[in-house]
Design a protein around this ligand. Structure first.
Ligand code: NAD
Ligand code: WQD
Length: 339
C-alpha cells in the first residue's frame, strides 16, 4: 500500500513522512524543492533508517507526475505541496492560485485515471476567517481574506463536489491551526528563507542573534495580555493526525473534515516567555502596530478529531519551544560544519 506524499520535503510533510516510515508504511515523495532542500531526504533516512522513493518534480506538470503513478502502485495520497505565505499571496495572487489549484487538479485527475481513491488534504484554520465565537468547530462558517486562504477554500469545495459525484472517493480535509516545533532529533524542522513571517521561526532567529528583536504586532487586543492568541500545535502531533486520518478514510469511507489543534490558546507573550524560560535565552521585543488582517484570538475545538480519529496532542508549549530551539541550533552547527 504505497502512499504518495506531495511536498514531502517541506516542514509538515517531512515530519509526516517520518511518522509513516516509523509505522512501516511504504512512501513515495514528490517535491520540487521550491521551499525545501534535498538535505531533508538524508535527514529522513538518518532518523528512520528506512527507504522510500523520491521524485524531484513540479506536480503542476501532468506528464512528470504521471510517471510516478505509472511506476508505483499508489493507494493513497497525502497532499502537502502548496505555496503558503499569506502576505506573499496578496502580492502574487496568480502564482498562488496557479500553483495551489493546478497542482491539486492535476493530482486529482491522475488519481481518477489510476483509480486511486484515498486523499488527505492540508487545509488551514485560515478558512474560518474571523470567527464570531471560540473555540472553532468544523461547522463554523467559512470565509477567506487573501488568495492563499481562498485557494484552500476552493480546493475544499472541489473535494466536496468530487465526493458528491463519486461515492467511492474518500477524502480527509485537515484544518491545521498553528504548527510549530520540530523533530526531537533536531534534524528536520522549519527553516524559512529570509525574514520569517510567522511567530515561532521569528523567535528562533532572535534567540540565536540572527535578528535583533521581535516585533509584537499589537498589545491592545481583547486577550489576557493584549497580544494575539493562537492554537500552537507541535508538528509531531500534527504529523500523527495524518496517519490517523488515513486510517479513518480506509475504514469509514466518504468525506471527513477535522480541526487539528490542541484546543489551547496562547498569546504572543506566553510564547515569548515560555521560550525564554525553557531555553534560558533572552527574547528582546518591541510592541508595534497591529499587523493588517490579524485577528485577536483563534483556537480549535479538537473534540471531533479526538473522538473520531482517536487522536490527541502529546506535546505542550514547552516541548514546542524546546524543540524549535534545538532544531535552530542544529541548523547553525550544520551550516558551520559545511563552511
Ligand atoms: P512547506 O513550504 O514547508 O512545504 C511545502 C512543500 O511543497 C515544499 O517542500 C515545496 O517545495 C513543495 N511544493 C510546493 N509547490 C510544489 C509543486 N508545485 N510541486 C512539487 N512540490 C511543491 O509548507 P508546510 O508548512 O510544510 O505546509 C504544508 C501544507 O500545509 C501546505 O499545503 C500548507 O498550505 C498547509 N498549512 C501549513 C500551515 C503552516 O503554518 N505551516 C498551516 C496550515 C496549513
Ligand atoms: C501568530 C501570532 C501575530 C509574527 C498564519 C497563517 C495561517 C496559517 C498559520 C497556513 C499573531 C503574532 C507574528 C511576528 C507577532 N498558515 N506575530 N510578530 O497569522 O496566526 O497564521 O500561519 O495556513 O493561515 O495566517 O500565524 O505565526 O504569523 O502569527 O507578533 O513577527 O503572532 O500577530 O498574533 P497566524 P503567525
Amino acid at each position: 500500500m504505497m502512499i504518495l506524499v506531495t511536498g514531502g520535503c517541506g516542514y509538515i510533510g517531512s515530519h509526516t513522512v517520518v511518522e509513516l516510515l516509523d509505522d512501516n508504511r511504504d512512501v513515495v515523495i514528490v517535491d520540487n524543492f521550491s521551499n525545501s532542500s534535498p538535505n531533508v531526504l538524508d535527514s529522513i533516512k538518518e532518523i528512520t533508517d528506512k527507504d522510500f522513493r523520491f521524485y524531484k518534480i513540479d506536480i503542476t506538470n501532468e506528464n512528470d507526475l504521471e510517471v510516478v503513478f505509472k511506476e508505483n502502485k499508489i493507494n493513497s495520497v497525502i497532499h502537502f505541496a502548496a505555496l503558503k505565505a499569506v502576505g506573499e499571496s496578496v502580492e502574487k495572487p496568480l502564482e498562488y492560485y496557479y500553483n495551489n489549484l493546478n497542482s491539486t487538479l492535476v493530482l486529482l485527475k491522475l488519481m481518477k485515471k489510476y483509480n486511486v481513491k484515498n486523499f488527505v488534504f492540508s487545509s488551514s484554520a485560515t478558512v474560518y476567517g474571523s470567527p464570531k465565537t471560540l473555540p472553532i468547530n468544523e461547522d463554523f462558517p467559512l470565509s477567506t481574506t487573501n488568495p492563499y486562504g481562498a485557494s484552500k477554500l476552493i480546493i475544499e469545495n472541489i473535494l466536496k463536489d468530487i465526493c458528491k459525484a463519486d461515492s467511492s472517493f474518500n477524502v480527509a480535509i485537515l484544518r491545521y491551526f498553528n504548527p510549530v516545533g520540530a523533530h526531537k532529533s533536531g534534524l528536520i524542522g522549519e527553516n524559512p528563507n529570509g525574514i520569517p513571517n510567522n511567530l515561532m521561526p521569528y523567535i528562533t532567529k532572535v534567540s540565536i542573534g540572527e535578528l535583533p528583536f521581535l516585533n509584537v504586532y499589537g498589545n491592545d487586543y481583547d486577550t489576557n495580555d493584549g497580544t494575539g492568541v493562537r492554537d500552537y500545535i507541535h508538528v509531531l502531533d500534527l504529523a500523527n493526525g495524518h496517519l490517523k486520518a488515513l486510517d479513518k478514510i480506509h475504514t469509514s469511507p466518504g468525506l471527513v473534515i477535522y480541526n487539528l489543534g490542541t484546543g489551547n490558546g496562547y498569546s504572543v507573550l506566553d510564547l515569548v516567555n515560555t521560550y525564554s524560560k525553557v531555553n534560558n535565552v533572552d527574547i528582546p521585543y518591541k510592541i508595534v502596530e497591529r499587523r493588517a488582517g490579524d485577528i485577536a484570538k483563534c483556537f480549535a475545538d479538537p473534540t471531533k478529531a479526538n473522538k473520531e480519529l482517536n487522536w490527541s496532542c502529546k506535546y505542550n508549549l514547552e516541548d514546542m519551544c524546546k524543540d524549535s530551539y534545538t532544531f535552530q541550533l542544529n541548523s547553525i552547527s550544520n551550516a558551520l560544519s559545511v563552511d
